[in-house]
Design a protein around this ligand. Structure first.
Ligand code: PEP
Ligand code: MN
Length: 367
């Protein structure tokens, strides 16, 4: 593929990547690949060649042996192919077979050493790279992975959101934490973002709701695992679906647009938005007012030698706010987070009042 085609594909609206979790046999790859190609809905074929399994003893992938099957499938169908790479030697092997797209998995993007190793081995090679979010909910690590790959000169990058791992039973195999990804997209508005509902859900029955949610948030595409006989898959059996089920899933989704030319809609939207802007301005003004009051309390406490933190008072404020959540249609979690942030800011303010910079400087000199 030339670079223009790569760029176009990466920015393809409603980009669909599909294929099995792992390459198992030539028949499996050719069978599922041909079926996916025949649907006319899939843009890139995926298959795991080296599988970074959490525990040893699980199927760890066939390695290089499976790569000729991918090139054969590409040759026959014209479908570009993508595999996961985690080590420099795997990059070399992928390049030998001219694999079209590479992806960095969650167990690799979590480790700056590994990402740097990949970045070094990708230097001077213009291969497009998908970067999955790291296992843990730390978007600085994800950001760092993007920066490292970019520094190696790779221009064509897209993000894949596959959820965050967590201890304990969950509805989903990995927690989506959608709001973290919103922040990641704010940091990299130019990068396409795909959702991997297979690894978020961990269960094929939940693929539709996770996929729809990502489309509601304006994601550009999906990576979904498919297998000829999902229940017999050598890895991630519960979350894989057949190519026919993939078509049904895609048909059931509503893809939303980010913009429209419809004037009526645009006028109503900008009217509502200017009201929101006015409310935001008011909220900021009120917050400043609240902090000025906190400063005043700080002055008083300082004069009377009283502690900044008074747990009981804080509990009362919290409880009063939480009691109103239902009537105001605000979630408890939001109000808790909001008041935690207010509290932290008030403490900072009072701290600044009690220990002005000059005092701190003076103390330091005395020590
Ligand atoms: C995969 O895509 O099969 C995979 C191993 O993904 P992740 O890195 O998201 O766990
Ligand atoms: Mn998988």
């Amino acid at each position: 593929m030339d670079l223009n085609q790569v760029k176009q594909l990466l920015h393809q609206p409603r980009l669909i990547i599909s294929g099995p979790c792992s390459a198992e046999t030539r028949e499996q790859i050719m069978g599922v690949g041909r079926a996916l190609h025949a649907t006319g809905r899939v843009h890139i074929f995926r298959a795991g060649i080296w599988k970074p399994r959490t525990r040893p003893g699980s199927f760890e992938g066939l390695g290089e042996k499976a790569l000729p099957w991918l090139t054969e499938l590409r040759q026959e169908t014209g479908l570009p192919v993508t595999i996961e790479i985690a080590r420099s030697q795997q990059v070399e092997t992928a390049l030998k077979y001219d694999i079209d797209f590479l992806w960095i998995g969650a167990r690799t993007s979590v480790n700056p050493f590994s990402v740097q190793e990949l970045a070094d081995s990708l230097e001077g090679v213009q291969k497009p790279v998908f970067i999955k979010n790291p296992l843990n909910a730390d978007i600085d690590l994800w950001t760092g992975a993007v920066e490292r790959i970019r520094k190696s000169g790779i221009e064509n990058i897209a993000l894949i959101h596959r959820g965050f791992s967590r201890f304990g039973a969950l509805k989903y195999r990995n927690e989506p934490l959608w709001s973290l990804v919103v922040e990641m997209r704010r940091r990299f508005p130019e990068l396409p973002i795909l959702c991997d509902p297979s690894h978020i859900a961990g269960n094929r029955n939940l693929l539709l709701e996770v996929s729809q949610k990502s489309l509601d948030l304006g994601y550009h595409g999906l990576m979904i695992e498919t297998h000829p006989v999902p229940d017999e898959a050598w890895s991630d059996a519960q979350q894989q679906i057949t190519p026919e089920q993939l078509v049904k899933l895609l048909d059931a989704l509503s893809w939303r647009k980010e913009f429209t030319d419809k004037e009526e809609f645009n006028t109503a939207l900008s009217e509502l938005r200017s009201r929101i802007d006015a409310v935001d301005a008011e909220i900021l003004e009120l917050l400043a007012q609240r902090m000025r009051l906190a400063d005043e309390i700080g002055e008083n406490k300082k004069r009377n030698n009283i502690t900044i933190l008074q747990a009981k008072r804080w509990e009362e404020i919290n409880e009063r706010a939480l009691a109103k959540c239902d009537t105001l249609n605000l979630s408890k979690r939001f109000i808790e987070d909001y008041f935690k942030a207010i509290h932290a800011e008030s403490i900072l303010h009072q701290n600044a009042v009690m220990n002005p910079k000059e005092d701190l400087e003076k103390n330091k000199r005395m020590i």
